[in-house]
Design a protein. Structure first.
Length: 103
């Protein structure tokens, strides 16, 4: 089970993010965060598969404001990838998409 916990401008994602969860979440992906969400904390993710990684990258690029079509301007920051996710980041050479881990 996956949970999204909003804490000010940060959203903490908890649980497992697998293909099954991605299929369920994808239709409502634009509603997972508030417009003020700037940071997505991944430290509480216990497991992420390749479909989950793809979804995280899609969530990072979703525009926070419909007024601005430049996704780089409104790109969210993905921080604190848990150890298992960090291995996927290294395997797929995705360092540029994730902020440094504070672990």
């Amino acid at each position: 089970m996956i949970e999204f916990e909003q804490q000010g401008d940060t959203c903490l994602i908890k649980g497992r993010l697998t293909q099954e969860e991605v299929i369920q979440l994808w239709p409502n992906r634009h509603q997972l965060f508030t417009e003020s969400t700037q940071v997505v904390d991944l430290s509480a993710l216990t497991y992420v598969d390749s479909a989950g990684v793809a979804m995280l990258l899609a969530l990072k690029g979703l525009n926070q404001s419909k007024k601005d079509t430049d996704s780089e301007t409104n790109s969210r920051t993905l921080i604190h990838p848990a150890a298992q996710l960090q291995k996927m980041i290294e395997l797929y050479d995705l360092d540029t998409f994730f902020a440094e881990s504070s672990c």
